[in-house]
Structures are given as C-alpha cells and as structure tokens.
Design a binder for this molecule. Structure first.
Ligand code: FAD
Length: 599
C-alpha cells in the first residue's frame, strides 16, 4: 500500500505563517469557531480517514471499477462502507449552513479536506465534491422551499448531487443543448433528454441522487442565453424515498457507464431523462449563471483534486528515492556504510525531478489555499470593497487555478512514475494509476483550452482591466518588499523578469482581444501558462520570505526546504515564461497558415 501523511505541517505553515487564516477567515462574522486548533484538528481527522479508510480501497477499486447491471450501478468493494463512514463522520456537513443541519465551518476548510480525500481516492472524492457544488448552487440560487426540501439531505450526505450539462452534441459548446423542460400544472417541470459523462450519475452509496440539469424551456431563445437550470431527483416522492433505491422512479435512467482510463471507481454515467419531474432553480433562461456557481466551485475543486493526487504521488516518489539504491551518485560520500550503490535520491537527475514535484505541489497548494480563503471572504467580509476585491481575484484566478494546476498534476504524477523507473509502470506498484487518474483534470470542468479563452476574453477585461492590473501590482509590491532581504532578495530578480514579460504580454493580449480574435485564441493557452508560472513564482516568494523569517526556529529542515525549493523554482522552472513569450509574440501565422488538409 502507498504511504501517505496528511501535509499538516504545510497547511499549518500556510494558514498560520503565510496567509494569517486566524485573522482573515476565522475573524469573519460567523466563522469564529474556525480557530487554528480546530482547523488543524479537522485536517488531522481527515488525514486519518484517508489513511485508514480510503487508501486500502483505492488501488483495488481502480482494478475493479464500477459496474452497471439491471439493478443499477455498483461502486467497487468497500466504497459503500467508506461512504457510510464519511457520512457518519459528518464530513459532508462541515461547511453546511447550520440552518439546514450543517456545522457552519468555513468553505475553505471543506476545500482543504477535499485535497486530502483526493490523495486517498480521487474517485471517492468525486461523489462528495459534486454534492458540495450542488449544495452551493442551490443555496445561492434556489427558492426557500427548494432549499428546505434538498439542502438537509445534501448536508447529511444521505443524498448526493450531480452536475448535468454535457450531451452527445454539446461538450465545450453548450449552445447546442437539446434537453427540454416543459412546465407542468403544479408549478414543477417535466424534463426530457440525454446527458452523458455525468459523474456520480448513478451509484449505490446514497439514498437518493439530485441532478442539477441544464435544459431549455419551450419559449427559450437560441444559444446559451436560453438555458435554464432544474433540480431533478432520482427518486420521488421526496418525503418517502426508501433506503438505497436501485431503480429510479422519476423517469431518470442510467443507460450505461463509461469504461475509463482513470478514476475508475467514480461512476461516469449516461442518463436518460424521460418526463422526469424537476424544479426551476433561479430565473428562467438564467441557468448558466446559476450553474456557474457550481462550475466555479467545481473548478477550484479540480485544482484541489489535482494537488491531492500530486501530493500522494510526490510523497511516494520521495520515499522510494530514499530507499531504492542504484549506481554511484557523482559527488556523493561513498563507502561509509560499505554499500555498493547509493540511494537514487542522491542522483542529480532524480533530485531535480523531486524538486520539480515539490515546487509544483506546494506552490499549487499555496495558490489554491489563498483562493479558497477568498471564497469565504467574498461572502462574509463586513466591508463591501473587501468582498468585491475577493470576488474579482477569484474570478481572475479560477481559470488559472483550474488549468495550470491540473497540468501540474499530470506533470507531477508522470514524474512520480519516472522516479519508480520500470516499477512505476506496473499496476501493482500502485503508482501509475495516479497519472491515469490525473489525466482527466485538464479535460473536465471545461477543458484547459476553454479556460484559457475564458482568462483571455473575459477575465483580462474584468472591471475594464483593473482586476488584472491590481494583481500584477500586488506581485510587483511583493518583489519590492523582499528585494533587499538577505537570501530572499536573490529570488526577486528572476520573478521580476517574468513579471515584466507577463505585464507586456498581458497588454498585448488585451489588444489582441479587442482587435484580432484569431491571434488572441492562438496564444491563449500559452498566456494562461505564463500567468500560472508567475503566480506560482509569487507564491514561492511569499512562502520563502516567511520560511526565511522562521528559519532559526524549530523545524529548520522544513523552512530550509521551502527557501531552497523557491530558489530552484525561480532558476529552473520559472524561466519557461521566456519561451512562452517568444511563441506568443511570434503570432498565429505559423499555426493558422497550415490548412486542415495539410495536417
Ligand atoms: C470522467 C469524466 C467526467 C465528467 N463529468 C462530467 C459531469 O459530471 N457533468 C458534465 O456535465 N460533464 C462531465 N464531463 C464532460 C466534460 O466536462 C467534457 O468532456 C468536457 O467539457 C469537454 O467536452 P467534450 O468532451 O465534448 O470535448 P469537445 O468540446 O468536443 O472538445 C474536443 C477538443 O476540442 C477543443 N475545443 C473545443 N472547443 C474549443 C474552442 N472553442 N477553442 C479551443 N479548443 C476547443 C477542446 O479543448 C478539446 O481538446 C465529464 C467527462 C469525463 C471524461
């Protein structure tokens, strides 16, 4: 079985020393209970759940996968029991509204827990993660009656939630959506259509499943403006649902499930809605706005999943590299213990791979933790400007978090295999499935290419471009603050170069958005990556400055590791911005001059 320790020390460092969680989040009205002791105790508990309950079922679950038969979808052995433990432990209720039975802890804390769960089993985390998204969309846009009917069940975990957008002809482009909703005389709607790739669309973990479904009303305008959001339970009547129903009695049928490359214990279902009863959430034709609440939360969730799967891959690679002995490492002190070969961690190439993994995982955690805190601040801060600043920052960062961090997860889990050598390629080693699992994160919740277009076309123009300028200025100030600090000052020069490149490329992209859509689209993914690299650089500078300040204290190796990883990142990974800038400046000609028949 793989090793895993919840990264509590890193969370403590980030929350206490880097981001001042006590002041920034536990200081918010209604979140006073979320003291550092409580937060760390919750994370310790989650870590224990992961080690004891999820890790033992993860690899077998990958081999078995979900199955679909006449009596519905079955999750692999052990998943039902694990879900019961998750429910009984109160995990789904963590950040729920106490008015509906929740524990009222910060949304950010529930997000941190999701990282740990993803380390234990990304598949398992899908069920609870989508339920949290459904909870948030309903809590933000549902009527009081709908909230009362559904939220307590999502909070206590007896029901799970899904997000039903994708259809056979409608993936990235929702304007082709065909599912129909017809008003019924009792104020509800009848939904008919087919949805594909629905995560958690059917399973045997909970008593009921509530689907958040995008559909068109009869009088809907064409395109994405004519889409509405409905809540459609698998089982009716709501008050009398029995335990663990295996057949839908609301006209929602699981037609099949996908046989996938990874996350094989997460059921990805094709669902047929046949005159299924549902209720409108939010305004008619305003479904995308409501669904965006769920999608944005899910996109941050994808970044969090990415860090979770990358973290466990890193921990195991590091452990293996310290144990596995092969060859003589140049420059290593030999023969003290008579060994004929050195631990592979002593080889420079292996060390570089491990540092790359550490830099990406811990840097990405810092990025998502700050954004997760903004999710609490934007709702609860007493000051309207602080709320709107947090909202703007989140809007800007969401596509960057989703795409850049999901790409990092693929890089990290791939390097994890490299460090295990040929053993990493073998299923039983329990390493390769993390790469297979991670391969979905750049694809779902809007592919990374779509996120890049969102960043370039919508987020760079937020508030007339002021949001991105404020973020760039904040990074510049951080550099300014640290420029003369011993040790840390040396990290500022490479970040300043990269920031300068990003600043001028941002202006170029804003100009292209206004004048040439092809040029803007051709460079969007490279631009997003450049943005992500600089954001990670800023996160590492901030972490290194805090670590340097604490270096003399207990935990010296932890802090030294932070400062040295920051140096590695600035010297070896950040300069990729140079290549990206070059490609972006070169323009779209070399790409678009090639006709499709010439490919
Ligand atoms: C395991 C899994 C779980 C999923 N879970 C859910 C779920 O719970 N709910 C749900 O609704 N959906 C879900 N999906 C669907 C997922 O969100 C879609 O697969 C994804 O949005 C991409 O759509 P598509 O597969 O149709 O690809 P397409 O839209 O056909 O895209 C194909 C390729 O073309 C590119 N492309 C398309 N349009 C553009 C453009 N305008 N500019 C640049 N490039 C473009 C894409 O980036 C991609 O590389 C899931 C999918 C999988 C595989």
């Amino acid at each position: 079985m793989p090793i895993y320790e919840a990264p509590i020390a890193d969370f403590r460092f980030l929350l206490q020393e880097v981001f001042d969680y006590d002041e920034q989040v536990a200081g918010l009205p209604g979140l006073e209970d979320a003291t550092m002791d409580v937060v760390l105790a919750v994370l310790e508990g989650a870590g224990e759940f992961v080690r004891e309950v999820l890790l033992p079922i993860n690899l077998p679950g990958d081999a078995l996968g979900c199955t679909h038969g006449p009596d519905g979808v079955h999750t692999p052995k052990g998943y039902k029991e694990a879900y019961a433990t998750y429910r009984n432990g109160g995990w789904p209720a963590l950040a729920g509204d106490p008015a509906y039975g929740g524990q009222g802890l910060p949304t950010s804390l529930a997000i941190f827990v999701r990282e740990l769960i993803a380390s234990g089993s990304m598949s398992f985390g899908m069920y609870g993660g989508l339920s949290q998204g459904a909870y948030r969309a309903l809590a933000a846009h549902g009527s009081d009656a709908l909230k009362l009917a559904f939220l307590p069940h999502l909070i206590d975990g007896s029901w799970t939630g899904t997000m039903c957008m994708t259809e056979p002809e409608c993936g990235s482009d929702l304007s082709h959506l065909r599912t129909r909703a017809v008003p019924a005389s009792d104020g509800s709607y009848r939904i008919t259509g087919t949805k594909i790739f629905i995560s958690g669309g059917d399973h045997d973990l909970a008593e009921n499943i509530v689907h958040l479904v995008l559909a068109r009303l009869p009088d809907a305008p064409g395109g994405t403006r004519g889409i509405s959001l409905f809540i459609v339970p698998k089982c009716l009547p709501l008050e009398q649902h029995g335990p663990l129903p295996t057949r839908s009695d609301n006209g929602v049928t699981c037609v099949s499930i996908e046989h996938k490359m990874g996350i094989r214990a997460s059921a990805t279902a094709t669902l047929a809605f046949d005159d299924a009863q549902g209720w409108l959430i939010g305004e008619a034709h305003g479904g995308l706005r409501a669904m965006f609440t769920m999608m944005n939360s899910s996109r941050v969730g994808v970044a969090v999943q990415s860090v979770g799967v990358a973290e466990i891959s890193y921990q195991n690679a590091l452990h293996y590299a310290q144990e596995r002995r092969q060859g003589r490492a140049p420059g290593a002190a030999h023969s003290a213990n008579g060994e004929r070969s050195d631990a592979i961690v002593l080889h420079p190439d292996v060390r570089k791979n491990l540092l790359t993994m550490k830099a990406l995982v811990e840097g990405a955690r810092a990025l998502y933790v700050e954004s997760a805190m903004a999710l609490d601040i934007r709702v609860r801060h007493p000051d309207a400007t602080a709320r709107s600043d947090a909202d703007g920052m989140l809007a800007l960062m969401t596509p960057v978090l989703k795409s850049f961090i999901s790409d990092c997860a693929v890089t990290v889990t791939n390097l994890g295999i490299t460090i295990f050598g040929g053993h990493g390629y073998v299923h039983e080693s329990g390493v390769e499935h993390w790469l297979r699992d991670a391969r979905i994160v750049p694809l779902y919740e809007g592919t990374n290419a779509i996120q890049a277009l969102d960043l370039v076309n919508r987020k760079l123009t937020l508030d007339g471009g002021k949001t991105v300028q404020a973020w760039l200025a904040e990074v510049a100030q951080q550099i300014q603050r640290n420029r003369d600090a011993p040790e840390i000052g040396a990290l500022c020069a490479p970040l300043e170069v990269a920031l300068g490149q990003l600043r001028s490329t941002t202006a170029l992209m804003q100009d292209r958005v206004a004048t040439d859509a092809v040029e803007a689209a051709a460079a969007a993914s490279d631009y997003l990556r450049m943005f992500g690299l600089v954001a990670l650089g800023a996160a590492w500078l901030r972490m290194a400055a805090c670590a340097q300040a604490a270096r003399g204290s207990e935990g010296g190796a932890f802090y030294r590791g932070k400062v040295k990883t920051a140096r590695f990142y600035m010297q070896h990974l950040l300069p990729e911005t140079e290549r990206l800038q070059h490609g972006i400046r070169a323009g779209a000609r070399a790409i678009m001059d090639v006709d499709p028949q010439e490919l």
